[in-house]
Design a binder for this molecule. Structure first.
Ligand SMILES: Nc1nc2c(c(=O)[nH]1)N[C@H]1C(S)=C(S)[C@@H](COP(=O)(O)O)O[C@H]1N2
Ligand SMILES: [Mo]
Length: 252
């Protein structure tokens, strides 16, 4: 073996073992901090686990970028939605006065709130970007009630690990961990760019989760459940997206 190739050989060996012990350490941290995402099984599972684990260790409290109002998109892009069902249309005909959103599960005081109940909480607005997995994005001002404030008012129990949320559209439900549920930018959004939230953008109520891809920002929210396990929901993968081949954790 020549000097050069021997050195290469040793370097490669060192790199490999450093990589391996790095992975072992990462796996240990992931177990210790319960950083296993609900869709960790299957072919993409190890990759999903590393992505989620690393993001949560490094960026648990990071903020999604907020933009100046001069950067609000002139023509925000509303993604196509399936036709809205009869119960939605009945609520729409009454100006959403009877729209209710329930907070259930691991809370001391479950609640069913109207939009005007939500508007009693301190209002927060943020100018953030919606990023679709299909490659387009736009910037808008989102106005609403931080989810954390409502969860606290309901007496969120410490054993809660996720919040599952449901749309009036039955195919649309998602969940987030507590790092996102309690995050100051996670917003029960009822207004946009200074006006009511248009139906095409999820009005009357949408959960904006600006640290994740657009599909986590579910439109027409009617129900949220705090839970310690995602096993009992759908196929147990955490939300509708992994059932359709998308990642449960879609951090951006
Ligand atoms: N209820 C519901 N929520 C939804 C969707 C939907 O079809 N129905 N589409 C999702 C997807 S894939 C994206 S990218 C964003 C699009 O948001 P926009 O219409 O504001 O651009 O909404 C998400 N929330
Ligand atoms: Mo999307």
């Amino acid at each position: 073996m020549s000097k050069i190739s021997r050195r290469k050989f040793i370097t490669a060996g060192l790199a490999a073992s450093a990589g391996l012990s790095g992975l072992t350490a990462a796996a240990g941290l992931v177990r210790r901090y319960q950083l296993i995402p609900p869709d960790s099984g299957g072919f993409w599972g190890p990759g999903e686990t590393l992505t989620y684990g690393a993001q949560r260790l490094l960026t648990r409290h990071s903020l999604a970028r907020e933009f100046p109002s001069s950067m609000i998109s002139q023509v925000p892009f509303a993604n196509e939605i399936a036709p809205l069902n009869d119960s939605f249309q009945r609520l729409q005909a009454r100006g959403f006065l009877d729209w209710r959103v329930s907070f259930e599960g691991l809370v001391e005081r479950p609640a069913s709130l109207s939009l005007s109940d939500l508007k009693v909480f301190p209002v927060r607005s943020q100018i953030t970007e919606v990023v679709c997995e299909e490659g387009w994005s736009y910037i808008a001002e989102w106005i609403g009630t931080p989810l954390v404030d409502v969860l606290n008012a309901c007496g969120l129990l410490p054993q809660a690990r996720y919040v599952v949320y449901f749309s009036i559209q039955p195919d649309w439900w998602e969940s987030i961990d507590m790092a996102d549920a309690l995050h100051p930018q996670t917003l029960l959004t009822w207004a946009m760019n200074g006006g009511d939230l248009p139906v095409s953008f999820g009005g009357p109520l949408r959960l904006r989760v600006p640290r994740q891809l657009g599909y986590k920002s579910v439109k027409f929210i009617t129900r949220l459940i705090a839970t310690d396990s995602l096993k009992g929901f759908g196929k147990g993968l955490g939300s509708a997206s992994p059932e359709g081949g998308y990642a449960w954790y879609a951090g951006i």
